[in-house]
Design a protein around this ligand. Structure first.
Ligand code: UT7
Length: 328
């Protein structure tokens, strides 16, 4: 009987092109000072016009597989969390399945906004624990610069492109792996963060293009407050489930949406800032990719080691939120 899933390898990919705060201040009425002090962001990455989500997802996946010591043929499933897929259908996961040379395994996308990676790992954990699948490739990828309104200063300074990947499989011992998960949603907040057109409610038309309705709209202030309360809630629920306290956690990996949100959640939990991982200054908000890229970098930097207690928590469109408590 398998009791837990664990991460065997992680990977990430970001485009080379950097968008600086200084550049943004040449296209909208903003400044490096405003962006840095209000968000903690200094730069973010942008793909080329001809690139799609799978173009970042594939190198991130190959790195995760390599680190896991596995080949694409070993995979039993591919789950991609994204709200900026290559196409509305087929899924980006199917495109990746073909391009990396995996077998004819199940492959599908999930849409849970910035919480997508948390949802995907929760789902994968169930499938691994029941014995349905052995190795699952999970990718969180977002090309937010493709759905950004470049004339809206309240959103265009925030978002970037990136992909994070992990290969999960059965833990060989009962002590390491995913200790607990918590996922939740509240659709009453659906209009706080969304793209109005392009779906069946408002299909693409000349009018939707003229009105610029294929880009992301966000009520930043309302989201800000809810992000702090829901991410704190997920931490408390997960720690309580395991009889642990915030002081037991070696590293908190929060969704990188705003440095002030990370600091506020850390403060609520009464943990020192050095235990809250931050890479928002380099990549901005890459939605579902942020916590996966952060976990990958934290592993590379030695901030997550075998045995570390890690709390990975996110919040986003839906509204959705949730967390994963790992014994690495
Ligand atoms: O990942 C999905 C979840 N997303 C989030 O979690 C985002 C959460 N929200 C936030 O991070 C923040 O609310 C923002 C960064 C979006 C905005 O920061 P804020 O401190 O909440 O600013 P605000 O919206 O209250 O705006 C304050 C002022 C306004 O001007 P007035 O009305 O006071 O004159 C804005 O027009 O800042 C102005 N402003 C800007 N000024 C310069 C808004 N954006 C900018 C900008 N540059 N880029």
């Amino acid at each position: 009987m398998i009791t837990r899933s664990r991460v065997f390898g992680t990977g990430m990919a970001v485009p080379d092109h950097i968008i600086t705060n200084e550049y943004l201040s040449t296209i909208v009425d903003t400044s490096d000072e405003w962006i840095r002090t209000r968000t903690g962001m200094k730069e973010r990455r942008q793909v080329r016009p001809d690139q799609a989500a799978s173009d970042l997802a594939i190198p991130a996946s190959q790195q995760a597989l390599e680190e896991a010591g596995l080949s694409p043929q070993d995979l039993d499933m591919i789950i991609v969390a994204t709200i900026s897929p290559d196409t509305l259908f087929p899924s980006t996961a199917c495109i990746i399945q073909d391009k990396i040379g995996a077998r004819q395994i199940p492959a599908f996308d999930i849409s849970a906004g910035c919480t997508g990676a948390i949802y995907a790992h929760t789902l994968a954990d169930q499938l691994i624990r029941t014995g349905h699948s052995k190795y699952i490739l999970i990718i969180g990828v977002e090309l937010l610069t493709k759905i950004t309104n470049w004339s809206d200063r309240s959103t265009c300074v925030l978002f970037g492109d990136g992909a994070g990947a992990s290969v999960v499989g059965p833990s060989e011992n009962g002590s390491s792996g995913l200790l607990g998960h918590h996922i939740a949603s509240d659709g009453k907040g659906a209009s706080m963060l969304y793209i109005p057109a392009g779906g069946s409610r408002m299909p693409a038309s000349r009018e939707t293009v003229d009105k610029n309705l294929h880009v992301l709209f966000m009520k930043g202030n309302e989201i800000y407050k809810t992000a702090i309360s829901t991410m704190s809630e997920s931490c408390h629920i997960l720690l309580k489930q395991e009889g642990l306290t915030p002081q037991d956690v070696d590293l908190f990996v929060f969704h990188q949406a705003n440095l002030r949100i990370l600091e506020a959640v850390g403060k609520r939990l009464r943990v020192s800032p050095d235990r809250v991982f931050v890479n928002i200054h380099k990549y901005g908000n890459t939605s579902t990719a942020t916590t996966m890229m952060a976990v990958h970098e934290a592993v590379q930097e030695g901030k997550i080691q075998r045995g570390s207690l890690v709390l990975q928590v996110a919040f986003g469109a839906g509204l959705t939120w949730g967390g994963l408590l790992w014994r690495w």
